[in-house]
Design a protein around this ligand. Structure first.
Ligand SMILES: Nc1ncnc2c1ncn2[C@@H]1O[C@H](COP(=O)(O)OP(=O)(O)OP(=O)(O)O)[C@@H](O)[C@H]1O
Ligand SMILES: [Mg+2]
Length: 297
C-alpha cells in the first residue's frame, strides 16, 4: 500500500542551521511511527513541513497522495495536528474551541462531532467551562480531541506529553493507543524513550536533521545493543578503569547518569565486566544513547 507520508531528500535551513538535512522517511498506513530524537534534532521542523507551516528548501514531500507544498491544503484537510505548544483559545469554552475547529475543517454535522470529541477527551461535564479553568491534563486531552474533530486518517503528534506529570502522561498514552488500534496512522515525535517504546510500532531515531536508524523497538535493540547490558556504579576512577577494560574487549560503553552501562555484556569475556555490575535486558535507551551520544530522558 502507498505510504501515508513519504519524504525524499528533504532539507530545511534557517540561515546557517540545517534543521532537516536530506531526510528520507516513509510512514506506512495504520502504524504509529515514533520520531525519537534529542532537542534540536529537527523533529518539530519536520512536522511543520508536513503541515505546510514551513516550506522545504529541497526534496519531495507527499502526504496521503498529495504533493507538498502545492497540494498542502488538501493534505491538511485529512490530517489531525497536535502541536508541541498548547494553543487553545483560553477565552472561550471547551465546547466552543471544538466548534471553531469543526467549522474550520468544514465538518458537516458539527453537533455530533463536538459531542464525539468531548467523549474522547472525557470532558462532557466541562463543556461549558472556560479553557483556563481546566487542569493541565484536561487541556492536553482537549488539544488532542480538537485535532481529531474531523476524524482524520492521519495524526501528527509533536511531543504529545512533554512536561506532563507521569499520571497524565499515562492517561494520554491510553488515548493515543486507542486511536492507533482504530487504524489511525500516527507520526509522533518524542524525546521520551518510554513513550516511543510504549506507543510506537516502529521507531526512527533522528539526530542532526537525519534518520540514523529505523525499525521495530525490539529489532533496533537486537541490532544496535544486543541482548544484555551491565550497569555499574562506583567512584569515577573505578568506572573509568572498568570502561577502559570493557572497551579493550570490544564492548560498547555509554554513560548512564552516575553509572556506566556496558552494552552487549552477554559477549563479555572473563573479567571484562566486574562482578558487582547489574545485568539487565538491553533497552531502547541503550540504542538511543549509543546512536545519538545524548543521555536519555
Ligand atoms: N524558526 C526557526 N528559526 C531559526 N531556527 C530554527 C527555527 N525553527 C527551528 N530552528 C532550529 O532548527 C533546529 C531544529 O529545531 P526543531 O525545533 O525542529 O528541533 P526538535 O527536534 O523539535 O527539538 P525539541 O526536542 O527541542 O523540540 C534547531 O537548531 C533550532 O534551533
Ligand atoms: Mg520539537
Amino acid at each position: 500500500m502507498e505510504a501515508a507520508i513519504q519524504l525524499r531528500g528533504v532539507e530545511k535551513r534557517f540561515g546557517e542551521i540545517v534543521a532537516v538535512d536530506g531526510l528520507d522517511l516513509d510512514v506506512p498506513p495504520g502504524i504509529c511511527l515514533g520520531l525519537l530524537g534529542p532537542n534540536g534534532a529537527g523533529k518539530s521542523t519536520t512536522m511543520r513541513l508536513l503541515t505546510g507551516q514551513a516550506i522545504a528548501d529541497a526534496g519531495e514531500l507527499t502526504v496521503l497522495g498529495h504533493q507538498l507544498p502545492g497540494d498542502s491544503k488538501a493534505a491538511r484537510a485529512k490530517m489531525g495536528v497536535v502541536p508541541q505548544l498548547d494553543n487553545l483559545d483560553v477565552d472561550v469554552t471547551v465546547e466552543d474551541n471544538l466548534r471553531v475547529f469543526a467549522r474550520l475543517y468544514r465538518v458537516k454535522d458539527i453537533g455530533p462531532a463536538v459531542d464525539r470529541a468531548l467523549d474522547l477527551a472525557r470532558l462532557q461535564d466541562r463543556r461549558k467551562d472556560a479553557v483556563d479553568e481546566l487542569s493541565g491534563g484536561m487541556r492536553r486531552r482537549l488539544l488532542l480531541a480538537r485535532g481529531l474533530i474531523h476524524q482524520p486518517p492521519l495524526l501528527l503528534l509533536d511531543e504529545p506529553t512533554v512536561g506532563l506529570d507521569p499520571q497524565i502522561r499515562t492517561e494520554l498514552w491510553t488515548l493515543i493507543d486507542g486511536l492507533r488500534s482504530e487504524g489511525v496512522t500516527i507520526l509522533m515525535s518524542t524525546h521520551y524513550i518510554e513513550e516511543a517504546q510504549r506507543l510506537a510500532d516502529e521507531v526512527a531515531v533522528m539526530t542532526k536533521g537525519k534518520i540514523i536508524a529505523r525499525g521495530r523497538p525490539n529489532e533496533l535493540i537486537a541490532e544496535h545493543a544486543g541482548r544484555e547490558t551491565a550497569e555499574l556504579y562506583g567512584p569515577p576512577e573505578f568506572l573509568r578503569d572498568a570502561r577502559l577494560r570493557a572497551e579493550g574487549e570490544g564492548l560498547k560503553v555509554r554513560p548512564a547518569g552516575p553509572a556506566i552501562a556496558i552494552v552487549g555484556s552477554e559477549n563479555a569475556g572473563n573479567g571484562a565486566v566486574p562482578d558487582e555490575a547489574i545485568r539487565r535486558a538491553a533497552s531502547l535507551e541503550d540504542v538511543f544513547v549509543l546512536l545519538t551520544g545524548e543521555e536519555a530522558e
